[in-house]
Design a protein around this ligand. Structure first.
Ligand code: HPA
Length: 277
């Protein structure tokens, strides 16, 4: 067994010793979904800092823990807080929590994030369903020896975001009267926001939105054969498309403003996932 996989097993065993709960869907909470924990019927909480060797976020205000429980009948493992590549963690660390959740039973993944809007149809406050992503501007999450126990050396990435999950997300949005745009998410390393020239480039290569997470996580999850849904909260117009400089405060302000809607959508989606085999 590789050292990397042994580490995944060790972390999973630590969590398993704290709770017998078997989740089916992993949910990563991005900006705007911080309050989603209130919608989980929580059965167990495990702090990242208690798990030996587990990466812990350095971003002020970011929580760091797993919630295990149910939402709308779906057994979930919620990541309240994630670590980012820009914090200095290697990609292998960034995706470790998802590998642990897969080891604990998750076969499905709902990823959420805040992103800057590039597409002409995207304005601050709207939600965007990911149809695909561009991970070419960050190192692959799968560099290094392949974890054979998890997946193949050369995994296919033709269909990262599940067609049936996308349909259910649109159905959920329709029922709630929430417009749900669709587009391609491009990941940068961050932590700086982009220059207008970079945004020009990203638009030219087909990006609808830009952010600093998610694509690497989706890639690692797809490697393990997980079925994935991704939703971005468009918190700002990307650099050069709006007025004035970008700021983390603006991102958080918008995320908080539409947080209730975002939570409604994710909750309804999980209800629908619960009904799927
Ligand atoms: N760029 C990168 N990441 C982001 C942005 C952005 O404009 N907004 C929220 N996260």
């Amino acid at each position: 067994m590789s050292a990397a996989y042994e580490r995944v097993k060790r972390c999973a065993a630590f969590v398993r010793a704290k709770t017998e709960f078997v989740p089916r869907t992993a949910l990563v909470l991005g900006s705007g979904l911080g309050g989603f924990g209130d919608r989980v019927q929580v059965q167990a909480v495990v702090e990242y800092r208690d798990i030996p060797g587990f990466p812990v976020s350095t971003v002020p205000g970011h929580q760091g823990r797993f919630l295990f429980g149910t939402v709308g009948g779906e057994p979930v493992a919620v990541m309240q807080g994630r670590v980012h590549f820009y914090e200095g963690y290697p990609m292998e660390e960034v995706v470790l929590p998802l590998r642990v959740l897969h080891e604990l039973g998750c076969t499905r993944l709902v990823l959420t994030n805040a992103a800057g809007g590039i597409g002409a149809d995207l304005e601050p406050g709207c939600l965007m369903l990911l149809t695909d992503h561009i991970a070419s501007f960050v190192p692959s999450a799968l560099l290094g020896p392949n974890l054979e126990e998890l997946g193949t050396r050369f995994p296919d990435m033709s269909h990262v975001y599940s067609q049936r999950f996308r349909a259910l997300a649109q159905e959920a949005a329709g029922e709630l009267g929430i417009p749900l745009k669709e587009g391609v998410y491009l990941q940068t390393t961050g932590p700086n926001y982009e220059t207008p020239a970079e945004i020009h480039l990203y638009r030219a290569v087909g990006a609808s939105a830009v952010g600093m997470s998610t694509a690497c996580e989706a890639m690692a999850a797809r490697h393990m054969g997980m079925e994935i849904c991704g939703i971005s909260c468009i918190t700002n117009l990307a650099a050069g498309l709006g007025n004035g400089p970008l700021s983390h405060e603006e991102v958080q302000e918008t995320a908080d403003r539409v947080g209730g809607q975002f939570q409604d959508l994710v909750e309804r989606l999980l209800q629908k996932l619960a009904a799927l085999d």
